[in-house]
Design a protein around this ligand. Sequence first.
Ligand SMILES: *Cc1c(COP(=O)(O)O)cnc(C)c1O
Length: 474
Amino acid sequence: MRYISTRGQAPALNFEDVLLAGLASDGGLYVPENLPRFTQEEIASWAGLPYHELAFRVMRPFVSGSIPDADFKKILEETYAAGSGGVFAHSAVAPLRQLNSNEWVLELFHGPTLAFKDFALQLLGRLLDYVLAKRNERVVIMGATSGDTGSAAIEGCKACDNVDIFILHPHNRVSEVQRRQMTTILGENIHNIAVEGNFDDCQEMVKDSFADQSFLKGTRLVAVNSINWARIMAQIVYYFHAALQLGGPARSIAFSVPTGNFGDIFAGYLARNMGLPISQLIVATNRNDILHRFMSGNQYVKDTLHPTLSPSMDIMVSSNFERLLFDLHGRNGAAIAELMATFKQGGGFSVEEDRWTEARKLFDSLAVDDQATCETIAEVFEESGELLDPHTAIGVRAARECRRSLATPMVILGTAHPVKFPEAVEQAGVGQSPALPPHLADLFEREERCTVLANDLKTVQGFVTQHGNRGKPL
Ligand SMILES: *Cc1c(COP(=O)(O)O)cnc(C)c1O
């Protein structure tokens, strides 16, 4: 499989190189040159497969030419096999829970950090280790986090022999659960940096480090945010998994996806283009609604950032949206480069009417504010006794308001466990936040390791240079 850039100027890469690449050299994002397409019979024959075996069938075309089948199978078994000692705490890995008639939550929060990002980052860590061992190469990972990404990346890479990981978070500005999920994972290749600044400062430093990597003395820098193709790829699998449980592919399915950077929902769009009959995809955002404004009114325009009860979707710009725009423009890289240049200069844009209409055949959207989020948490708790996290609640609200057909099963992606977001649960007035699951029960007693650094690029880069080789200088 070859991968091409959404801006048309960067060289095509194979899977191995795309795994290690961040942005393409032309500023674009990598996408498969040709998407695999499965027949209905083929998909139907996968019914009942354990998650890791389904994952092999869905993802195999994407890694072909880079990872032999036997090795890929082994990696997937380590990542997704259920049972004691497995990474995911539920024997179904991604169980479906019925909320209402023909309405289901796909629980993607049974991984080590209790959010769906584990599905992608557990695999990404193992893929990196495999590829780097083969090449006899070491890399440095740098990422900025306001919460979920950092812990999932650290959990995913902690066992990687050839990776040193540096995660920047804004000092005193992430929740205690989220901080401890990062800082209590100890290892000589794991470095938590609390920056005396805000999340944007952290993100800016990571961006600047990608732009000029001389401080790494030749070591490659790898991205773990959702621009990394392997993360999107891993997320395609659970759309197939859910549909097969609910009568697919003989029957169509609708999905509602709480989204910020358009990563998770883009995976659903790809699943559909690979042959899965998905009849509707709902973009569910919080007040940071750039995607909703595009889907409802064909305006892609930056707004200011509003902090909400669903912080993992607090974004101003949606990085993966470019991948959809590329398809909507007939995969014309020059057109995308032009749109993105306009956007960068501060201008928003609309796309031509027929392109927007094409997108609207599949996508609907809703922006849900904090009050409606809390109302939905309370409503669902009253109906069924299920406690939702605020991100999932936004997905449920959007599903209920935007649903096209009651006869089509509606699946809401459950992106996080409610214990991660006690504030929203309390505001919803449904009582105490639930207890931490067994593997995190002693989280508040564990030793933490973290370095507080000034909000200064040279200071942070100097720290990376000093510790980038298993705690020793690069
Ligand atoms: C990251 C995250 C999201 C948003 O995912 P995208 O891929 O950016 O759309 C939603 N919910 C939770 C809990 C998250 O951690």
